[in-house]
Ligand binder design. Structure first.
Ligand code: NAD
Ligand code: WQD
Length: 340
């Protein structure tokens, strides 16, 4: 009995594969390496001492996916595979809808035909847009996302909800806030491909001298220091939440709730400047920055109400921001050592 992890060599997927293997799940990875690298597989094996099955192909190739389902007794799926660059999604909407939704539908066809349940979907706090109240709980009304990327997440949630209800299957929609950090071994982390869009990878590269200065996008927000606030969750904590969500799906076969929805965050908001300061203190390095005007499409503030996940999954994101940021710096040093 195996769990299919799509996008399992990516940032969050690779950390989750480690947690699944450590919890004695058999894992089958499908990843086309469009945003990841093969050495991550080797590193997963080094960390866990286990060898997950790995298939390097694009999930849009339905015939190859069918072969994976024929070869393994798949009993659940965590679907990380997706394109995730918000700016790029605006320029390539058709590619984003195709990659993020066709892949999902191909997996669901296999699930439907083979009577498989237990599907976990990587959703995002982006489905809430700028919520009217903080913290954001799971009943907060969704707003039309600004980006095509965000729309693929909302559509994915709708497709899965229809799937669960029509075929009586259990699914979990996990809405991540802002994942950060790297594995404590420094062998897994977020791969910086091109110029980073997200805050923490940009901070990491600025501290390392790869980028000259961080641009802080706006200091005129109605927040304490004027910079925007987010809920930064350590990636290993996030990975552990997937194991908890999977165990809940598997161990509670009642059909009372077919669709579980959980916010995965820390419940605490941090401003951009707080993150910069915390990074400097955690790693004893300087992060030069300049204040720039707001980035288009950015919201002011988002942090999660986390009681539901705590209560129903017995899970809590406990790693302090500074500790998470220390792992980022170790990961940067590891990447540098690979390049020399
Ligand atoms: P990532 O890009 O590091 O990982 C995604 C992996 O999927 C990559 O390894 C990529 O090669 C693979 N992939 C993409 N399309 C594929 C396809 N068609 N077939 C096979 N493999 C494919 O991204 P991540 O940060 O680990 O994010 C994982 C999931 O979580 C995504 O669905 C993302 O939208 C979601 N999410 C991420 C964040 C974040 O800030 N990182 C926040 C909320 C939600
Ligand atoms: C965080 C804060 C920026 C870079 C994005 C996606 C969202 C979700 C999480 C997947 C913001 C500021 C950033 C920089 C800065 N992903 N910033 N200088 O915007 O919360 O959300 O990632 O689902 O869909 O939109 O994350 O890391 O890009 O930005 O000042 O160089 O840092 O303005 O306030 P964000 P982020």
């Amino acid at each position: 009995m195996a769990i299919l992890v799509t996008g399992g060599l990516g940032y969050i997927g690779s950390h989750t594969v480690v947690e699944l293997l450590n919890n004695n799940f058999d894992v089958v990875i499908v990843d086309d390496l469009s945003n990841s690298e093969r050495f991550i597989l080797k590193n997963i094996e080094e960390i866990t001492g286990k060898k997950p099955a790995f298939y390097p192909f694009d999930l849009k190739r339905k015939e190859l996916l069918t072969q994976v389902f024929d070869a393994h007794e798949i009993t659940g799926c965590i679907n990380f595979a997706a394109s995730k660059a918000v700016g790029e999604s605006q320029l390539k909407p058709v590619d984003y809808y195709e990659n993020n939704l066709f892949s999902l539908i191909n997996i669901l066809q296999e699930f439907k035909e083979r009577q498989i349940s237990n599907f976990i979907f990587s959703s995002s706090c982006t489905v809430y847009g700028q919520a009217d109240q903080m913290p954001i709980d799971e009943n907060t009304p969704l707003k039309m996302p600004e980006s095509v990327y965000g729309k693929t997440k909302q559509m994915g949630e709708e497709i899965l909800t229809d799937f669960a209800k029509a075929y009586h299957r259990k699914i979990s929609l996990l809405r991540y806030f802002n994942p950060i950090g790297a594995h404590p071994s420094a062998k897994l982390g977020e791969l910086p491909i091109g110029i980073p869009n997200n805050l923490v990878p940009y901070v990491m590269q600025t501290a390392a001298g790869v980028r000259e200065k961080l641009s802080v996008w706006g200091d005129d927000y109605p927040t304490e220091d004027g910079t925007a606030v987010r809920d930064y969750i350590y990636v290993v904590d996030l990975a552990k939440a997937h194991v908890a969500a999977l165990q809940k799906l598997i161990n509670d076969p009642s059909e009372e709730t077919l669709v579980d929805i959980y916010n995965l965050g820390t419940g605490k908001g941090s401003s951009v400047l707080e993150v910069v300061k915390a990074f400097e203190i955690a790693n004893n390095v300087e992060v030069p920055y300049q204040i720039c005007k707001r980035r288009e499409g950015d919201i002011t503030i988002a942090y999660a109400h986390v009681d539901k996940a705590e209560k129903e999954l017995s899970w809590k994101a406990g790693t302090p921001l500074e500790e998470a940021l220390r792992t980022v710096w170790e990961w940067q040093k590891y990447l540098e050592s690979r390049n020399t």
